[in-house]
Design a protein around this ligand. Structure first.
Ligand SMILES: Nc1ncnc2c1ncn2[C@@H]1O[C@H](COP(=O)(O)OP(=O)(O)OP(=O)(O)O)[C@@H](O)[C@H]1O
Length: 263
């Protein structure tokens, strides 16, 4: 459903963030993107929906090639790609419900979006989504009254109400404590399974990635260094991706948590 062909991004500063990345993501597959700081993870995610313009290469979403689309056509294609951010990107002074409904702005006409009058079917769907993520009682609260985990749940609902085929998720847990991080990762993965959604999740926490996804891509210096299942992330592989570090400890942490979950 998503195919990247020789995707290159060189910033004006000369930084080569992506070096001819090839990647195919089948329908419904959730994958984690790991790698050291500066490896190109955020750039990769943002080049897919052209928040960052790729320098060369192609991005196919189904049968549509995105890199050459006009802005109008790109706006329509972006409806199929929901985005979830590290810092939630909510409008603080708006309510939870208004923030969720803002995910429909790509669909409603200009005047409707100005007056924020959404069709009843959108409002019904927003209530269903808030119920699913456990925030129904918070619908009328202002976004700035919520905890980090609650804000991220709103961010998830806003992405899902777009009815996307693909979720692009950029460090969803970077601002959260470990327990809330696990809850949010579990929720994202469950929702993808329920809806048959594919997702690319940029996540710096390797243990968390290993716990929840079927496929891990390891980026290093803008190139794919590893592509495989989480249990193939041996200390050797992790050293190849990250350089010299004690990755035994990371793996042990996952085993401990598996044991904890089984109790
Ligand atoms: N707007 C920009 N202008 C110039 N160079 C940039 C820009 N954004 C990123 N880069 C550079 O591109 C490379 C990849 O950055 P990117 O943010 O994609 O990496 P990352 O793997 O997401 O890192 P992190 O985990 O620290 O967020 C880095 O060398 C970075 O300095």
């Amino acid at each position: 459903m998503l195919r990247l062909e020789k995707l290159v991004k060189t910033y004006r500063t000369g930084d080569q963030a992506l070096k001819a990345v090839d990647l195919v993501v089948p329908e419904g597959q959730v994958l984690a993107l790991i790698g050291p700081s500066g490896a190109g993870k955020s750039t990769l995610i943002r080049c897919i929906n052209r928040l960052v313009e790729p320098t060369s290469g192609k991005v196919w979403l189904g049968d549509t090639e995105l890199t050459h689309l006009s802005s109008g056509a790109l706006r329509r294609e972006r409806r199929q790609m929901g985005m979830i951010f590290q810092e939630y990107a909510l409008v603080e002074r708006l309510t939870v419900m208004e923030n969720v409904l803002s995910g429909r702005l790509g669909y409603v006409g200009f005047w409707r979006s100005l007056t924020r009058k959404f069709p009843q079917s959108d409002v019904d769907e927003a209530f269903r989504l808030l119920d699913r993520v456990g925030l129904l009682a918070m619908a009328d609260k202002r976004a700035d009254e919520l905890s980090g985990g609650q804000r991220q749940r709103v961010g998830i609902c806003r992405a899902l109400i777009q009815n996307p085929k693909l979720l692009l998720v950029d460090e969803p847990t970077a601002s959260l404590d470990p327990k809330t991080s696990r809850q949010i990762m579990r929720l994202i993965c469950e929702l993808c399974a329920e809806r048959g959604l594919a997702a690319i999740i940029n996540i710096h926490d390797v243990a968390l990635a290993q716990m929840f996804v079927q496929r891990v891509i390891g980026l290093r210096f803008g190139a794919v260094e590893f592509d495989g299942p989480p249990d193939a992330l041996t200390p050797d592989v992790l050293t190849r991706i990250y350089g010299e570090e004690d990755w035994e400890a990371t793996i042990r942490k996952v085993e401990d948590e598996d044991a904890e979950a089984a109790e």
